[in-house]
Design a protein around this ligand. Structure first.
Ligand code: AMP
Ligand code: MG
Length: 347
């Protein structure tokens, strides 16, 4: 009899019938989240066609974003004579706006950290190659060596909000400015409550949150040899910035290809075995500066830099078509075609 009573108690418990608490009152279905409409704006700034697609942003908000980038461009442009950078290059002592000052400091920190692989004072050399005007030429070695005398970011003088350049020196923040513009746009959209947006600033991609359906954004890594992609990255809230030898280049009379990323130690286009570097990270300005400077370093030094500093991930494509991804991208980089090798945190 005791056995039967025990079995009955166990059975009641298993069926859930033994509970004494009252059934919870039925709750109404949660309100369905409002469907966010996509809105977008495209404009030309920083010599680049920019497109911002944001879900839930109105025309005024997107217009404000565009105007903020125009204002930034007016401060930084090397060709607009009245910009703060152009006035510095003309030898004026300039009281810098907060934005220019912030970006200049950020750029100088990266120049230092990359041991001069990034050097914002390389501008006279970049001009001599014609990369600023598209009137390409191969400068003579003596001309390059003379221009290199005026290259050296450590000589840039910053004091308080003022800045001055030694005579003959000129700077250009082009290697990092678009990344900074991406940070500016993303932060304005986030302040407006936007939780889903993707910005394409001439190939620099910035993402806010995830896609409207909650899945990660998918960003292609260009194949330097074709219009296709070598792989796809799944990202949320990240900047994805590429520097490539295939983006701006010319073929000289000698049949050689010369591209726009210059090695400050030689004054010649950086040919250290890489054809493309993509940096994935939280801050666009840093990603932009790193994509340029890690391209200059070549694979081994770039890998060492990643191991020592961290805080970002990278996809490297060598000039013979090998693809390398840093360990943090192992699960987010999907190869298309070419297989990739994973670079671990230890050599
Ligand atoms: P990015 O497309 O971001 O890699 O930037 C390349 C641009 O930065 C070039 O068009 C040049 O104006 C400039 N640049 C090229 N090489 C360097 C370098 N080593 N350091 C700083 N700026 C550079
Ligand atoms: Mg860059």
């Amino acid at each position: 009899m005791k056995k039967i009573a025990l079995c009955l108690a166990v059975l009641l418990l298993l069926c859930g019938c033994g509970r004494t608490e009252p059934e919870p009152a039925a709750t109404p279905d949660p309100e369905p989240a409002p469907v966010q409409e996509e809105n977008s704006i495209s404009f030309l700034a920083m010599d680049t066609y920019m497109t911002v697609r944001a879900w839930g942003a109105d025309d005024d908000q997107l217009g404000a974003v565009r105007d903020a980038v125009y204002e930034l461009d007016e401060l930084l442009s090397v060709t607009a004579e009245t910009s703060e950078i152009a006035r510095l290059n003309a030898g004026d002592t300039v009281t810098l706006s907060e934005q220019t000052r912030t970006l200049l400091e950020k750029a100088l920190q990266l120049c230092e950290k990359t041991d001069g692989a990034l050097d914002i004072s390389l501008y006279p050399v970049v001009k001599a190659w014609g990369f600023t005007t598209s009137e390409y030429r191969i400068p003579h070695e003596t001309e390059i060596n003379e221009l290199l005398q005026n290259v050296g970011f450590r000589r840039i003088g910053l004091s308080g909000s003022g800045a001055i350049l030694p005579e003959g020196m000129e700077i250009d923040l082009g290697s990092i400015a678009k990344g900074y513009a991406g940070d500016l746009i993303a932060s304005m959209l986030r302040e407006d409550g936007v939780t889903s947006a993707i910005l394409d600033l001439g190939g620099n991609i910035h993402t806010v949150g995830a896609k409207p359906d909650g899945s990660p954004w998918r960003v292609g890594v260009r194949d330097p040899q074709s219009d296709g992609y070598l792989g796809v990255l799944s990202v949320e809230d990240k900047a994805v910035v590429t520097s490539g030898g295939y983006i701006r280049y010319f073929v000289g009379e000698d049949g050689e290809t010369y591209w726009h990323i210059i090695d400050p130690s030689t004054g010649y286009p950086a040919k250290n075995g890489l054809i493309s570097v993509t940096i994935v990270g939280d801050e666009g300005a840093v990603c932009d500066g790193l994509s340029t400077s890690l391209f200059v370093m070549g694979l081994d030094k770039a890998t060492d830099y990643w191991r020592q500093n961290g805080g970002f991930e990278a996809v490297f494509i060598t000039d013979d078509g090998q693809v390398y991804v840093t360990a943090g991208l192992q699960d987010t980089y999907e190869p298309r075609g070419a297989a990739c090798r994973v670079i671990g945190s230890k050599s």
